[in-house]
Each structure stands twice: as C-alpha cells, then as structure tokens.
Design a protein around this ligand. Structure first.
Ligand SMILES: NC(=O)c1ccc[n+]([C@@H]2O[C@H](COP(=O)([O-])OP(=O)(O)OC[C@H]3O[C@@H](n4cnc5c(N)ncnc54)[C@H](OP(=O)(O)O)[C@@H]3O)[C@@H](O)[C@H]2O)c1
Length: 234
C-alpha cells in the first residue's frame, strides 16, 4: 500500500477561513489527507494550502443552505470513504439582538444555517464515513442550555442548542452505530466571527480541538466536548 493510500482522510465542510480552515491545516500537519469545502468559485486560503500540500488537500464546493448542492456533492463523492466528517460552517447575527427584537428573516437565516443545514450535511454524507470513523459538528459552548446563566447572543445560542438537540436525535436513531460523534465547543476564538476580543488564538484552540477529536476516535456514541476534551453540560 502506498503512503497516500494508508493516510486517513478528513472531509471538512466550511474550510475557507476561520476554524474550519485551521482544522484542515492542522489535520494535514498530522499526516491526514483533507477534502475541504468552500462556497463559490473564488480562490482563497484553502487553495493556497492545497497548492502547498503535494496533492493531499482537495477542494469541493458547497453552500450548506442549498439542498441541491448537498445532493450534488453527495453524488460526486459517492465512491469515496472518509475517516472523519466534520461540519464547521456557521454564522452569527448581531449578538445584542434579543429574541424580542430579531426579525423573522434573521431568525430563520441563523437557524437554517446553524441548525438545519449542518444536520442536512450529516444526514446526506454520514454514510461516506467508515464504520469506525468519526462524525463531528462545530457547536459552541453557547449551545449549552445548562450553562446559559448570563444570557446574551440569544439567537445564536438557540441555534447551537437546536443543533445539539438535532444531533442527539440523530445519535438516538443510530444507537447501534460504532462511530464516534462529537459536538465541539472550540472556545471563544479570535476569528472573523469571534472578533478581536476572543479569549483564545486559533493556535490555542485548534490543535486542542484536533487532539480531542482524535482521542474520541473509536469510542461510539455522541459527546458534547470542549476543545480540551472536557464534557460540556447539555
Ligand atoms: N470563533 C468562535 O469563537 C467560535 C466559538 C464557538 C463556535 N464557533 C463555531 O465555529 C464555526 C466556525 O466559526 P469561525 O469562527 O471559523 O467563523 P468565520 O471565521 O466567520 O468562518 C465561518 C466559516 O463558515 C463558512 N460558512 C458560513 N456560512 C456557510 C454556508 N451557508 N455554507 C458553507 N459555508 C458557510 C464560511 O464560508 P465563507 O468564507 O464562504 O463565508 C467560513 O468558512 C461556526 O460554526 C461557529 O458557530 C466559533
């Protein structure tokens, strides 16, 4: 078997920038092959990583809110097997906007992007992941209902809590599944979304996120973990 055939492969959705891009880079550095998705056709940081990767980073196109694009990606990848699927794509809205203030359109936009669409990706692509592989989705500590004593970020929190519940329902429906499933809380990280005041740099979060996902490999069932591998209360 050639070296490239023996490498594990990650399928990561939402790898153009931020945490998803950093995860692609980190998995590559740890010897994995990576297939990352971006929206649209424009050249970005993942293309630069791909060019430096000696063929180990492939790029596909996917807007997770467009079901036809999910179906098309599923059929393009039909012959492939992955060791891990990780959905990182997500958005936020104005964090100060309360549920009393948010427009219906904005509420729907955040919920569809952060809760419905990642689950559509999981539903459509999970059978491309090997029987002992890993399914991961980027949640947030803000998705914890139990830890929500401070309020704020009401709509974003609700979207990640919904994502967590939907992933629990998926896991309950696949109770005999041997794959590890992880809802990841990466910490508050300085990205375009996290902003300059985030507590962690990408370098402080993502290598730990990747180590936590690798440690979860081979342990069946769903867990809600932070970047240091600690269980987050639902
Ligand atoms: N940063 C934090 O502190 C933090 C904390 C907890 C959880 N998270 C979660 O981590 C994930 C990544 O966040 P980030 O900080 O890396 O944010 P970011 O820097 O704003 O990057 C967001 C990523 O999601 C992609 N994306 C957004 N909507 C998409 C769609 N409809 N289809 C496909 N891709 C889409 C973006 O693609 P484009 O480049 O095409 O826009 C980009 O790659 C999100 O799920 C976020 O909720 C972040």
């Amino acid at each position: 078997m050639s070296v490239s055939q023996s490498r594990k492969t990650l399928l990561i959705v939402g790898a153009s920038r931020g945490l998803g891009h950093a995860m692609a880079e980190e998995f590559l550095a740890r010897g994995w092959n990576v297939l990352g998705t971006v929206r649209g056709g424009s050249r970005g940081r993942l293309h630069e990583l791909s060019e430096r990767s000696a063929g180990r980073v492939e790029i596909e196109t996917l807007d997770i809110t467009v079901p036809e694009q999910i179906r098309a990606l599923r059929s393009r990848l039909a012959a492939r097997k992955f060791d891990m699927l990780f959905v990182s794509a997500g958005i936020t809205n104005n964090p100060r906007e309360t549920i009393g203030e948010v427009s219906t359109e904005e509420f729907v936009r955040v919920m569809v992007t952060n809760a419905l669409s990642p689950m559509r990706v999981v539903e459509a692509l999970h059978d491309l992941v090997s029987a002992d592989g890993t399914l991961g989705v980027m949640s947030s500590g803000q998705g914890s209902v139990a830890n929500n004593t401070g309020g704020q970020r009401e709509v974003y929190r609700a979207s990640k809590a919904a994502l967590n519940t939907l992933m629990r329902s998926f896991a309950a429906r696949h109770v005999d599944d041997r794959r590890a499933m992880v809802l990841m809380a990466p910490g508050w990280v300085r990205t375009d979304m996290g902003g300059p005041d985030g507590r962690l740099s990408i370098e402080e979060s993502i290598p730990n996120v990747v180590s936590t996902l690798l440690a979860a490999q081979g342990t069946p069932g769903l867990r809600y973990l932070d970047y240091l591998g600690r269980t987050v209360p639902w």
